[in-house]
Structures are given as C-alpha cells and as structure tokens.
Design a protein around this ligand. Structure first.
Ligand code: NAI
Length: 401
C-alpha cells in the first residue's frame, strides 16, 4: 500500500495534523494560501489537500494529478472549490458545516443581554470618557419572548440556552422540527413576529430567505422589540432595518452578517447601520472561536480518515454517499466511474476474469458519476484494481485496505 500524503494549507488547526499522523498519514502544513500555479505544483506530491476559505481549488489544480483523492475544506463553505469539476474528476470534497454551531449560539445569547441593556453604546461612551448611568430603556431578558426563525442546528441550540436563562421561546421553520424543552412552534412567520420581544434569524441563504426580513416584517414586530441576524447578510433588507431603527419601532439590532462584507481584515467596512444607537455590529465572527477551529480540524481529519482508509464518502458535499463498515479478511477496492449504461457490466467482467470472490458490492450514483465499493476476498486486489482503473470509463480506482 502506498503511503498517503496530505497537504494542509492556510494554517489549519494543528489538531488535524496530529490526528492524521496518528492514523499513519504523512502530513505537511503550510501557513499561507498558495495561488493556483503554486498549488498545482504542490499537489503533485500529495493524495489529499486541506484548505480553508481563501484557497481556490480550481479544475486545473484538481486535474493536475490523478493521485489527488480528496479535498477537505476546513471551514463551513465550499464555494472556493470547483465542486462539479471535483465530482467529475472523482474527488470528494468534505467540510465541517456544524462544528461552530455552539459558538454562534453563545454569541446570540450574549447579544440578547447586550441589546436589552444597551451595553454596546455604554461601552463605546465609557471608552471616550462618557458616563451614561441610567436605567431608562434597560431591561432584563428574563421572562421575555425570544422568536427563533430557522430551528436547525444553531436555532435549536439557542433555544435550549435561552430557556435556561428564563426566556420563553417560540420558533418558526418551514420544516417540521421537534420542539426542545418548552419551546413552542408558530404556524406562521407573522405569528412569531407578533409574539417576540427578540427575533433571531438562523435560516440558510436561499432564494426563499432573501430579503425575508423587510419593511412589512419589521412592522409586524412588537414596538420596542430587538432583531439579531447572525445567519446571512441577504436575509435582512438593511435600508428597511435602518428606517425601523430610526423610527424607534425597533429598539436595537445585533448584526454579524452583511449583504457586502470586506474580503479581508485590511479592507474598510461600511454599512448604513453604522452610528445608529443600540446597533451592535460584529465582523461575521459568530462561528469564529478557537474551539470551533479545533472542532473543524477534528471533523475534517475524521472525514479524510474514513474516506482514505475505509472509502466512506458520507458528509462529502459533491459526491454519492456511501458509508460501509470495514469487512474483516477482505480487501476493499473503490472505483469512481462515469455513470453510463453498461459500465458495471464491464467492471464485473474484469472481476470474473480474475476469479475474485466478491464479498460485498455497493454502488451509489449521481447523474454524472457512480461510486462503487467492492469487498473482495482474493489477495490480488491491487492487480484487479489496476485492471479496473484502465477501463475507459473509470475515473479513479484505488485499494483502500
Ligand atoms: P441548519 O441547516 O441546521 O438550519 C437552518 C434551518 O432553517 C432549517 O431547520 C431549515 O428548515 C430552516 N429554514 C430554511 N428556510 C427557511 C425559511 N424560509 N423560513 C424558516 N425556516 C427556514 O443551519 P444552521 O447550521 O443552523 O445555520 C443557520 C444559518 O447560520 C446559516 O445561514 C449559516 O450560514 C449561518 N451561520 C453563520 C455563522 C456566522 O459566523 N455568523 C456561522 C455558522 C452558520
């Protein structure tokens, strides 16, 4: 078996290297984001590539070396990878979509108190020599109603934490979600808006959620209620929020995500929300904690282990999903092929020519490719794999154990 080498760029948390080395992989870390030409050159020496959000993984890079087996995005999004090209070239792409759930939920809980007590403004004033000691407009969050829009991973965590601080929780989701604790479901978005002292948004970016919080929704919120958005910048119409805040219909807002965000810390940030009282702005840091980075490092390293050693593709964002246990005493061959009629017959023809006894065969497909996992008894797995790899419609073939 060849020694699998993994390249991790962009200062991925060192726990990933540690875990992968424990599994016997050879790992090289780079603390910057190589450009396309450099990465094309670098990848030639590796079987798997780990990146974060800045490194672009183009078709050129993916096609540069047939021994590139997998890409791991050690972050949430995967827009930086040409996913269709990766799929067609037989390269699954893994990410860690839920490793920062708790980080976002904790920030939202903090923001409930920050808004209710105007802590942002008082902090800014105190730093510049002001002293605003007054109880006017300062409230406890205990006993207030929190409306959660999108009761998925983050929304449901916020729900549990908020109840433990004495809030009443209502939620709205387009999918039927089991209420946690004493949370109560609302049958419409409007119902939630009318009931809540705080509204927090935890929906994904979809055509349906674009501008879902605009002038008419803000008007349906209670007079003096607060809005929190740590989901996606496209969900709230900023101009309408500015108007509702200036008219004092909304008493404050905490916003972590914006329709346009600087692409680096060096770029200037500007928003119509700047300078409005009790508006707490943060630079898309809801999920950015050391714990989340650590969890991401562990999660993607585990996806690499499972794919490279077992052939499991579960969790890959661009690939047919297969998750099978290890079969003792067998060898496992994985084959990615073009999803065309007759291709399986060809592969099985090779298997019978070899007289290999198949212990298990599992196929999962999408409209472009098929992913075949074969457990064979005979020790000739590597020559069988070599012959299958030479079939014209095979894209990638490898013996995993
Ligand atoms: P999730 O997929 O677990 O949950 C999203 C929920 O929203 C699902 O239950 C879904 O059914 C629901 N939903 C979808 N469309 C809806 C609609 N039109 N109305 C009501 N509900 C709807 O996602 P997760 O992990 O909870 O993330 C939520 C959001 O938080 C995403 O937009 C994600 O990008 C964002 N996020 C922001 C971070 C930050 O740093 N601020 C970090 C991590 C995630």
């Amino acid at each position: 078996m060849e020694k699998i080498k993994i390249l991790l760029v962009e200062s991925i948390h060192p726990v990933a290297k540690e875990k992968l080395e424990e599994e016997g992989f050879e790992v090289e870390l780079k603390n910057y984001s190589p450009d396309e030409d450099e990465l094309t050159e670098l990848v030639k020496n590796f079987h798997a590539l780990g990146i974060r959000s800045k490194t672009l993984v183009t078709k050129k890079i993916l096609a540069s070396h047939s021994h590139l087996y997998a890409v791991g995005a050690f972050c949430i999004g995967t827009n930086q990878v040409e996913l269709v090209a990766a799929n067609q070239l037989g390269v699954p792409v893994f990410n860690a979509p839920y490793s920062n759930t708790r980080s976002v939920a904790e920030m939202v809980i903090a923001e409930l108190v920050i808004l209710a007590r105007q802590l942002g403004d008082r902090n800014t004033l105190a730093h510049s020599g002001g002293w605003m000691k007054s109880a006017d407009g300062s409230r406890e969050i205990r006993g207030k109603t929190l409306g959660i829009v999108g009761y998925g991973h983050i929304g449901s965590q916020v729900s549990v934490l908020a109840e433990s601080m004495g809030l009443k929780v209502v939620y709205y989701d387009i999918v039927k979600r089991l209420p946690l604790g004493n949370a109560q479901v609302c049958s419409t978005f409007s119902e939630l808006l009318g009931l809540s002292d705080f509204v927090t948004l935890h929906v994904p970016e979809t055509p349906q959620t674009k501008d879902m919080m605009g002038a008419s929704e803000l008007r349906k919120m209670k007079q003096g209620a607060y809005l929190i958005n740590a989901s996606r910048g496209t969900v709230v119409v900023i101009e309408d929020l500015v108007k509702a805040l200036k008219e004092k219909h909304i008493a404050g807002a905490a916003v972590d995500v914006f329709p346009e965000e600087p692409s680096s810390n060096k770029e200037k940030f500007s928003s119509l929300l700047q300078g409005i009282p009790n508006v707490f702005l943060t630079p898309h840091i809801g999920g950015s904690t050391e714990e989340a980075q650590y969890a991401i490092g562990l999660e993607v390293a585990e996806s690499f282990r499972r794919f490279l050693k077992v052939g499991s593709t579960s969790g890959a964002v661009n690939f047919p999903q297969v998750d099978l246990p290890v079969i003792a005493g067998a060898h496992r061959i994985i084959n990615v092929h073009k999803n065309e009629p007759g291709v399986l017959g060809e592969i099985n023809g090779v298997v019978s020519k070899f007289g290999a006894n198949i212990q298990g065969q599992f196929l999962s497909t999408d409209n472009r490719i098929g992913y075949l996992v074969m457990d064979v008894e005979k020790a000739e797995a590597s020559s069988l794999s070599k012959e299958i790899s030479q079939l014209s419609r095979s894209i990638k073939t490898r013996v995993v154990y």
